[in-house]
Write a protein that binds this ligand. Structure first.
Ligand SMILES: *Cc1c(COP(=O)(O)O)cnc(C)c1O
Length: 495
């Protein structure tokens, strides 16, 4: 077996795909990347008429090549069969002249279900393959959706515990309730005083701290991550790019080989990076359009070549994208620089020391050739939700609406557009209801989010996903709020 995964920051740190899934992040703080991804070949025609699950089997065996074919088949089936409320897994809808691929039909109504339904199975198999007997602790910072999707994916998986940390006041009421009411004897959830970047920085610190590592080793515990820095999160996300493309071909909306544009509501840069990987495997993608909210650091980066996190942090109505450190961008820089680990290491040192870095020359040009960036303010996002509902009776969630708005701003003659729809509108009912029926909610702002969910349903007649419908009557199990530098204290409880 070839050890074809390496740290973005050091090519001496190499491992197998299954090892990268177990480790989550490299010891030097770098992310695992497949160093020969440009050489992979895929028979695209073979994917036409295949189901989502069958495409997933093909893509996963390609990318994670130390798993046996039959192992992958089994894992993919376990993850998806009977677990999604739509049998296509990610149905594609036509909205006006554009397309939306709905990624929110999983157990928590968030697109992260797609990867997090599979990751626990991948991880369990990786532990087996690498003969690891220790208990695994999944440690995850969340801006809302990852946490719940990870908790659902990992709950009651033997030999694995999961700790989720989310920013108090940084998530919607529904997201909060989803996490507080999480069942499962191996699940632990804490809110911290701070924003998502604080939560993520704390988690990263724990991962790279050798003392903590040794302490855990003594207790026979191994840390891993469910964040999109784990390659096992990223690879499953490539699948819906292929699926939606093939779907457009099968619907005669495009001809086979025709290039299309994807617009992706972006936070940690995982989802859109999966699109870039799909392109590297040969999917005919013209542009990947990176959509941000007012935290438009990525948009500025794509335009100027400077990534500068010394800026104000905004809370927006698309909270899963309220992020100033987009971890997976590091992977893009690695590939775009031609696997220059040293270069990446220096950029990341600049980011750590100065809060910014600058790219130039080929790397910058290579990115500009494929990527476009844009952003949508909360006002624009609300107007977008209203407009699309009134024109097409289609209800966008705020994240998807950001993408829809940015897609329109970047429309290119001659290219069909697919927008990735990353959450059910019912996860953000209040913002959506206010956007569409603005006039009627004034003076009635105290109505709770669950009541608004019902009202939104009555008005739009869009079905409420089962998992959200029953949520409000669930019991709160996890209610602790802690200071952001006190995460280590949680370990006492868990271990
Ligand atoms: C996580 C999330 C995003 C951003 O995806 P990244 O992979 O972090 O870029 C967008 N929308 C929603 C609803 C999300 O939960």
């Amino acid at each position: 077996m070839r050890r074809n995964y390496e740290s973005t920051r050091n090519q001496e740190i190499k491992c197998l795909a299954s090892e990268a899934v177990v480790k989550g992040i490299a010891l030097d703080g770098g992310l695992f990347v497949r160093n020969d991804i440009e050489d992979l070949e895929l028979d695209l025609k073979d994917l036409l008429n295949k189901s989502y699950i069958d495409i997933a089997k093909v893509i996963l065996s390609k990318m994670l090549d130390d798993y046996e074919k039959n192992e992958i088949d089994e894992l993919v089936e376990k993850a998806y069969i009977g677990k999604f409320s739509n049998e296509e897994i990610t149905p594609v809808k036509k909205v006006g002249e554009d397309f939306v691929v709905e990624l929110f039909h999983g157990p928590t109504s968030a697109f992260k279900d797609i990867a997090l339904s599979l990751l626990p199975h991948l991880l369990k198999k990786s532990l087996e393959k690498n003969n690891i007997k220790e208990e695994v602790l999944i440690l995850t910072a969340t801006s809302g959706d990852t946490g719940k999707a990870a908790l659902e994916g990992f709950k009651d998986v033997p030999g694995i515990k999961i700790l989720v940390i989310y920013p108090n006041d940084g998530v919607s009421k529904v997201q909060e309730k989803q996490m507080r009411s999480q069942e499962g004897s191996n699940t632990f959830v804490y809110a911290i005083n701070g924003n998502f970047d604080d939560a993520q920085s704390q988690v990263k610190k724990i991962f790279t701290d050798n003392d903590i590592k040794e302490e855990l080793l003594e207790k026979q515990v191994r840390l891993s991550s469910a964040n999109s820095i784990n390659i096992g999160r990223l690879v499953p996300q490539m699948v819906y790019y292929f699926y939606s493309y093939m779907k457009l071909v099968n619907l005669n909306e495009i001809t086979f080989g025709e290039k299309i544009n994807f617009t992706v509501p972006t936070g940690n840069f995982g989802d859109i990076l999966a699109g870039y990987y799909a392109k590297l495997l040969g999917l005919p993608i013209n542009r990947l359009i990176c959509a941000s909210n007012e935290n438009n650091i990525l948009c500025d980066f794509i335009k100027t070549g400077t990534y500068d996190k010394n800026r104000e942090f905004y809370k927006t109505i698309s909270p899963s994208m309220d992020i100033l450190i987009s971890s997976n961008l590091e992977r893009l820089l690695y590939h775009m620089s031609g696997n220059e680990n040293k270069y990446i290491d220096n950029l990341m040192k600049d980011l750590k020391n100065k809060g910014k870095y600058e790219i130039s020359g080929d790397v910058r040009n290579n990115i500009r050739e494929i990527f476009r960036g844009g952003y949508s303010t909360d006002e624009e996002t609300k107007a977008e939700i209203k407009k699309i509902y009134e024109k097409y009776s289609y209800v966008l969630d705020p994240h998807t609406a950001v993408a829809f708005n940015v897609m329109e701003k970047n429309r290119e003659e001659g290219y069909k557009n697919v927008v990735l729809a990353t959450a059910s509108p019912y996860k953000f009912s209040k913002s959506v209801y206010e956007a569409i029926f603005q006039d009627e909610i004034d003076g009635d702002v105290e109505v709770d989010e669950f009541e608004i969910m019902e009202r939104l349903h009555e008005r739009t007649e869009v079905k409420i996903p089962e998992n959200l419908k029953n949520l409000k009557d669930k019991e709160d199990i996890h209610t602790s709020v802690i200071d952001k530098d006190k995460i280590m204290d949680c370990f006492e409880v868990i271990l």
